[in-house]
Design a protein around this ligand. Structure first.
Ligand code: GLY
Length: 314
């Protein structure tokens, strides 16, 4: 029997302990990962996932989530899903009820969620709305551009929104996507990711979190990996798959995570921001790496307590 292990990114604590208790009682990795992420999605103080997630440039909350099962490499994922508070459960339903597909987006994802009986909810909380309005206030050094006053209102709006995307900085406090990786007593490995994506993003923008090989990858023979931070860098480098490939070549978990950060560093990107990754192997080893100091990930091994592990700084 395999000793269960759970690994989660920053702010996964909200769900990790309950999921660890489930795993210790013999639950599947899939159930544990879904439960951990549902609890994170319900955390109103977290503005980067689920209800309370920060909206796109039009003020709409668009959520992405994914699950991948290591033994079958089955994937269920949703992207740009509006109005459903638990995208991770919709992703699981895609995995189980729509096996001919891996990823549903936008209207189609919402149609599927409705057909499957998921409850709708208003995801934009008062606090997220306040942060949005504050971010949309013209900055003192905003440049109107040529003929500013005469500009068509819509075009001005769009240029302002794009300006916001370009100068996006995360607000103070913990931020980013949440990753949870689990190994259960049967030896199954599962990866899960949930996010509201980049705040003030262009409507319809999808990052790495629901894209297999980019924001997540899981192969029970080799390992699971998942990313947080600047999704475009993970998309452009095939981030999570790159880490799993490094594990397959025999790299240790931390070295495999470092390999992604080193690869990403070589990619030109005017919008470069934090990129973090973590991984878990079928024999319970784990590692993480980040481009910024002070980054950690959470681990629960067996029935033990949650511990915080420093990510390698690359
Ligand atoms: N890593 C999450 C995103 O870029 O949307």
């Amino acid at each position: 029997m395999t000793r269960p292990v759970l690994v989660g990114s920053e702010r996964s604590e909200v769900g990790l302990e309950a999921a660890a208790a489930m795993l210790a009682a013999g639950a599947s990795a899939l159930d544990a990962v879904e439960e951990a992420l549902r609890r994170c999605e319900d955390n109103l103080e977290d503005h980067y996932v689920g209800t309370g997630g920060l909206p796109n440039a039009r003020g709409e909350v668009e959520l992405d989530a994914s699950l991948m099962v290591g033994s079958t490499r089955a994937v269920g994922a949703v992207a740009a899903l509006k109005g459903y508070p638990h995208p991770i459960s919709v992703a699981r339903r895609v995995l189980e009820a729509l096996p001919q597909h891996c990823l549903l987006v936008g209207e189609g994802a919402a149609l599927f969620a409705e057909e499957q009986g998921f409850e709708r909810a208003d995801l934009l909380t008062d606090e997220a709305r306040r942060l949005f309005v504050e971010a949309l206030a013209p900055s003192p050094d905003a440049v109107e551009g040529e003929g500013g006053a005469a500009r068509d209102g819509d075009a001005l709006y769009r240029s302002r929104a794009m300006d916001l995307v370009a100068r996006f900085r995360p607000h103070g406090g913990p931020w980013g996507t949440i990753n949870v990786l689990a190994l259960d007593e049967s030896g199954e490995l599962v990866s899960g990711v949930s996010t509201s994506g980049y705040p003030w993003k262009y409507p319809g923008r999808v990052g790495d979190s629901p894209v297999p090989g980019a924001g997540f990858y899981c192969d029970a023979r080799v390992g699971a990996a998942a990313c947080t931070g600047r999704g475009e860098l993970a998309l452009r480098t095939g981030g999570a798959r790159l880490v799993v490939d490094a594990l397959a070549r025999g790299e240790a978990p931390e070295a495999a995570c470092r390999a992604l950060l080193e690869e990403a560093r070589g990619v030109p990107d005017d919008f470069r921001a934090e990129l973090r990754v973590l991984c878990l192997t079928p024999d319970g080893r784990h590692g993480g790496a980040a481009g910024q100091p002070g980054s950690i990930y959470n681990v629960v091994e067996g029935g033990g307590a949650l511990t915080r592990v420093a990510r390698a700084l690359v």
